[in-house]
Design a protein around this ligand. Structure first.
Ligand code: NAP
Ligand code: ZN
Length: 348
């Protein structure tokens, strides 16, 4: 075991603070990684504050991890000390159930082992995430990143990237389609970039008037302030696909009405509060309301390779680890452009 510095929440109401945890020695199939950068996802905040219930404390969040390999187990084939490597939202799954065999480990029938707040079969305790100096992960859940991409700006791809890429891929967003992205935060700004890269006509819906110019620079063809009812109505019945990344309670009806016949609205934003649904918004035009959870390991690698090929990374603001509590407050007030990334060299 190796004692490792980290940042943890000790309860739902306490700020994150320095914490020391133990990482296992690498087993034959493990990769040991020194963490260089970790993105800050709104799920980290939901979990640290127990907004979804079920958080075990101390809680060390972080599932957008990029680092350098420091050691590998004897059976590891694809990584060696010195390589740059990445870890996302999962560190294990049963690998035998139909969902795992289909490359959809996030839906593992035995429940995937999430990178933090998951059951750690090695310790019998809880998994600790990337707000820490090092992590040990089975090779099957370690990703490769291209040395063409900036490693800090690549970290958010491991959650914000795959969570927006996967549903657009699954529901076949393509050239000629009209696609809406709701919310310009960490997920939303990646959604805009991917929808644009897939050739769609991209409309960004935001509550923040100050984000209009940025949204256009990121790849939106049009920006609509969601509180402007007239501007919303102009888009009625016109969308093929809408990706909703909003982290809090908000009206679904305003967006469902914008879908064309057979159009699909996909929820990735995970509001802790239920969202009321008026079924006539679905019935009227045979519209579909669906959801999506991150993406499987193979698809995450495919997304990272796509990003290398198309030079796509996240727009980030680098912070020190001791700025994490302030970053959470700024995230809550939609003041993040567009992902905080912790420089783990600041954890000493
Ligand atoms: P984020 O950076 O905080 O972005 C959320 C954005 O939603 C904000 O920037 C804001 O955009 C908009 N928003 C926030 N509160 C709102 C409100 N009350 N009404 C309307 N719009 C509001 O968060 P994130 O990291 O992108 O995560 C977004 C959500 O996705 C979180 O709930 C997170 O837990 C979830 N998530 C889900 C998955 C999955 O697999 N399904 C994976 C990762 C994260 P504007 O300023 O543009 O309005
Ligand atoms: Zn996340």
């Amino acid at each position: 075991m190796t004692s490792t510095k980290a940042y943890a929440a000790q309860s739902a109401t306490s700020p994150l603070a320095p914490f020391s945890l133990e990482r296992r020695d690498p087993t034959a199939s493990d990769v040991q990684i020194e963490i260089l950068f970790c993105g800050v996802c709104h799920s980290d905040l939901h979990t640290a504050r127990n907004e979804w219930n079920g958080t075990t404390y101390p809680c060390v969040p972080g599932h957008e991890i990029v680092g350098r390999v420091t050691n590998v187990g004897s059976a590891v084939k694809n990584f060696k000390a010195g390589d740059v490597a990445a870890v996302g939202c999962m560190v294990d799954s049963d690998r035998t159930c139909p969902n795992c065999r289909a490359g959809l480990e996030q839906f593992c029938d035995s429940r995937a082992t999430f990178t933090y707040n998951g059951f750690d079969k090695h310790t019998g305790g809880v998994t600790y995430g990337g707000y820490s100096k090092a992590i040990v992960v089975d090779e099957a859940f370690v990703l490769r990143i291209s040395d063409k991409l900036n490693p800090a700006a690549t970290a958010p791809l491991l959650c914000a990237g795959i969570t927006t890429y996967s549903p657009m891929h699954h529901w076949k967003v393509s050239k000629g389609q009209k696609v809406g992205i709701v919310g310009l935060g960490g997920l939303g700004h990646m959604g805009v970039k991917f929808a644009n890269a897939f050739g769609a006509e991209v409309v960004l819906f935001t509550t923040s008037p100050g984000k209009t110019e940025d949204a256009k620079r990121l790849g939106a063809h049009e920006v609509v302030l969601s509180k402007d009812e007239e501007a919303m109505q102009k888009h009625a019945n016109s969308f093929d696909f809408i990706l909703d990344t909003v982290s809090a309670k908000h009206p679904l009806a305003s967006y469902l009405q914008l879908l064309n016949r057979d159009g699909t609205m996909c929820m990735v934003g995970a509001s802790p509060d239920p969202l009321p649904l008026e079924v006539f918004n679905l019935i009227g035009r045979r519209r579909q309301l669906v959801g999506s959870l991150i993406g499987g390991i193979a698809e995450t690698q495919e997304m990272l390779d796509f990003c290398a090929e198309h030079n796509i990374t996240s727009d980030i603001e680098m912070i020190r680890v001791d700025e994490i509590n302030e970053a959470y407050e700024r995230m809550l007030s939609s003041d993040v452009k567009y992902r905080f990334v912790i420089d783990m060299a600041s954890l000493n």
